[in-house]
Design a protein around this ligand. Structure first.
Ligand code: PLP
Length: 292
């Protein structure tokens, strides 16, 4: 239950419906965000709201979709979705999609609709994962085609690849997939950016085949503040096998340690010290307990 902001109005959860001929449902041209609200000392606060809304508009621009609202209106919609549902720790899902006004690839009379849903939400992969780390499998699906050319877009159509990779990893008893790019270098997880630590330096793939993650940026800033060097570089699979630490970052996954890749333990097979430090700082930031 609860309320969903739908094209400018708050509607009951059950009534927030769309037609079966919704264009985005058929062709995947839609954009969305995953956003979190955390309980801070001053009440619930949406983390990096402006950054998420900016990325949503940029994603739409890449797809040639004109969102019929302003960024301020969608920011206000997200604040209202948390407030009106009386949420404290929440996940928010803004999404823009083409309606059912026309069918086929050539439909040119489509309206752009927008929704913001929000619900109470804890740790994406469970509290234990944040502490012990997860088991990951290198995917046979690469981040390719549309994915590679659209690293700046968080578009619905990009997620078929992610879903296939995740299904495959879970089918092998793992928690998450690591996707490589078409040249075989590490790209990212199904919904997370990748980092590894080697000899006290943090490495993360360049943004040629991974989403420009908002958590990724936060982690790079926090590492800088701690005086830990971060280098963007092409990372091979065997470099990960011999890394001292590895972790995923994302709005949902926060900072999740990786304890194993393809059956090989990473470092000592548990959460590494730099990972733990950044994880602690990240939770301080999102909960408003960090000066920045
Ligand atoms: N990579 C992909 C494919 C994602 O879907 C996400 C989630 O949004 C991320 C990375 C992490 O991005 P962010 O930290 O902005 O949530």
């Amino acid at each position: 239950d609860g309320l969903i902001w739908y094209d400018g109005e708050m509607v009951p959860w059950r009534e927030a419906k769309t037609h079966v001929l919704t264009h985005t449902l058929h062709y995947g041209m839609g954009v969305f965000e995953g956003v979190r609200a955390y309980l801070t000392d001053r009440g619930p606060a949406i983390f990096r709201l402006g950054d998420h809304t900016r990325r949503l508009f940029r994603s739409a621009h890449i797809l040639g979709m004109t969102i019929p609202y302003t960024p301020d209106e969608l920011n206000a919609a997200q604040v209202a979705a948390v407030r009106d549902n009386k949420l404290t720790s929440a996940y928010l899902r803004p999404m823009c999609f083409f309606g059912a006004e026309g069918m086929g690839l050539r439909a040119d009379n489509l309206k752009v609709h927008a929704i913001v849903a929000a619900w109470e939400w804890g740790a994406y992969l469970g509290d234990e994962s944040l502490e012990r780390g997860i088991r990951v499998k290198t995917s046979s699906y690469s981040r390719h085609h549309v994915n590679v050319t659209m690293c700046k877009a968080k578009a619905n159509g990009n997620y078929m690849n992610s879903m296939m990779a995740l299904q495959e990893a879970q089918g092998c008893g793992c928690d998450e997939a690591l996707l490589l790019d078409t040249e075989g270098y590490v790209a990212e997880g199904s919904g997370e950016n990748f980092f590894m630590v080697y000899d006290g330096v943090i490495y993360t793939p360049e943004l040629t085949s991974a989403l420009d993650g908002i958590t990724r940026r936060t982690i790079i800033t926090l590492a800088d503040e701690c005086g830990i060097e971060v280098r963007e570089k092409r990372i091979t699979r065997d470099e990960v096998y011999v890394a001292d630490e590895a972790f995923f970052t994302g709005t949902a996954a926060e900072v999740t340690p990786i304890r194993e890749l393809d059956g090989r333990s990473i470092g000592n097979g548990s959460r590494g010290s730099i990972t733990e430090k950044l994880q602690t700082l990240y939770f301080d930031v999102v909960k408003g307990r960090h000066p920045k």
